[in-house]
Design a protein around this ligand. Structure first.
Ligand code: AFD
Ligand code: MN
Ligand code: MN
Length: 430
């Protein structure tokens, strides 16, 4: 396997921290043991945890006002995969990449697949893009795509999605994520029922072309780019569309795509109860944004979401939704943000394993509100960092990914080897 961070360098970096880690780990083992948890079984599950990296996340993002490019940014999908391989090598929690087409469209899919294989990277869900016009395209998406009032525009968007599925098959992907910007900016601009009907017809056509072992994931978003209404605005619309379309059509929950203060963990529970929770885009948000680093604003919410997922898995061990990060990094080095965020999601997952579920059920059944919430807090307040560090160490990653990455000078090397394209402007979002 090709590794871009020198293995000896990585080991040396780890060696300096290993004895401190061992003593922290043993102390935590003793503490967890007192509450009836075996640390090695938690460690084994932490090692299994995986979340996909979005290919679009390794470039520096931007806002509506400007983009301030970072140094040594990847200029094509191969360089993006190089960066993804570094994220995986150091964090050991991100073995897959989620591609966005046409941004990442390869000339030769086979070549791309082999390029990923040298790093032991695989491809997660494929993302189609009908929220932007592409050069040479006949119909414009200015007024929508899969839900457009014009059949020609809808057909073009359907054909694009089918092409993405065909490409994904060649790359070994097993899912298509569909997010559309369709919606309206003014009351009266669109007929709600008609545009939803068009959307349903379109996704059914895409669904019918899916291979048997694929899933289709519908991503809803409350607003933006449409500011009055969006066609798939909320989990209700998403559920209805998924239910209408077919068994392998599921809802995807992007943490940033809800109204402020919405109880996302309850949405998770509702969708799962009715067999329609297919996947996640992890990120965080404070106001109406949807792209901050996972766990950076509300880590308790992330924990509560995983608390639901672990509860669901305790009843159905085969349940395995798609996990992806979906963030835009404007002021940090994207590689650092993605490594850190993957670990934050993994942390929420590990803490959810440490909830005393029997006690929680008893408190719920006896209506002991104080002890029910305290049971969740008991797990949430634990410092489980030694488990994450040990998982990374034993899998060949870095005890401290960000520190190791900085010491490796990877970004500085990229800065030399990847001269920026002078024709690219500094404006616009990802
Ligand atoms: C935009 C959307 C959505 C989607 C992503 C990739 O808000 O989160 O997943 O683009 O298509 O950020
Ligand atoms: Mn998303
Ligand atoms: Mn988003």
């Amino acid at each position: 396997m090709t590794q871009l961070i020198d293995q000896n360098f990585l080991q040396e970096h780890n060696t300096k921290q290993e004895s401190a880690l061992t003593s922290d780990y043993n102390a935590l083992a003793e503490k967890l043991d007192r509450s009836g948890f075996n640390i090695d079984s938690i460690l084994a599950q932490a090692k299994q945890f995986a979340v996909a990296v979005p290919s679009w996340g390794v470039g520096t993002g931007g806002t509506r006002f400007a983009r301030f490019p970072g140094k040594g940014e990847p200029r094509n999908i191969f360089e993006k995969l190089d960066d993804c391989s570094v994220i995986q090598q150091l964090s050991q929690a991100t073995p897959t990449v989620s591609l966005h087409i046409p941004w990442d469209k390869p000339k030769d899919p086979n070549e791309l697949r082999q390029y990923a294989e040298q790093y032991d990277l695989r491809f997660d869900a494929m993302n189609s893009n009908t929220f932007q016009d592409q050069i040479g395209q006949e119909e414009s998406y200015k007024f929508g795509s899969l839900a457009h009032s014009s059949k020609a525009a809808r057909d073009q968007a359907i054909a694009h999605n089918i092409e993405v599925v065909e490409l994904g098959e060649k790359l070994g992907s097993k899912a298509l994520t569909v997010w559309v910007g369709d919606g309206s900016n003014f009351p009266g601009q669109q007929h709600f029922k008609n545009s939803f009907t068009h959307y349903l017809e379109s996704i059914k056509e895409i669904y019918n072309s899916l291979p048997d072992d694929w899933n289709m994931l519908l991503e809803h978003k409350i607003f933006e780019p449409a500011f009055y209404s969006t066609v798939i605005q909320d989990w209700g619309s998403s559920y209805l569309a998924a239910k209408e379309t077919g068994e392998r059509c599921l809802s995807l929950v992007d943490l940033g795509h809800h109204a402020p203060n919405v109880n996302i963990e309850m949405i998770v529970s509702r969708l799962a109860q009715f067999g329609k929770l297919g996947g996640f885009h992890f990120n965080d948000s404070k106001y109406g944004d949807d792209d901050l680093d996972s766990g950076s604003i509300n880590p308790y919410q992330l924990f509560l979401i995983f608390n639901e997922l672990t509860d669901i898995r305790s009843q159905d061990t085969t349940y395995n939704p798609f996990y992806m990060l979906d963030q835009s990094h404007n002021v940090t080095d994207p590689i650092e943000s993605l490594m850190y965020s993957a670990a934050e999601v993994q942390r929420a997952f590990v803490k959810s394993l440490l909830v005393d579920r029997e006690a929680l059920t008893n408190h719920q059944n006896t209506n002991d509100a104080m002890m029910a919430q305290a049971t969740l807090k008991q797990a949430y307040n634990l410092d489980i960092e030694p488990i994450l560090q040990m998982a990374r160490l034993q899998e060949g990653g870095a005890i401290s990914p960000v520190a190791c990455y900085r010491a490796s000078q990877y970004r500085q090397t990229c800065d030399k080897n990847r001269p920026a394209d002078p024709n690219k402007t500094g404006s616009g979002i990802v």
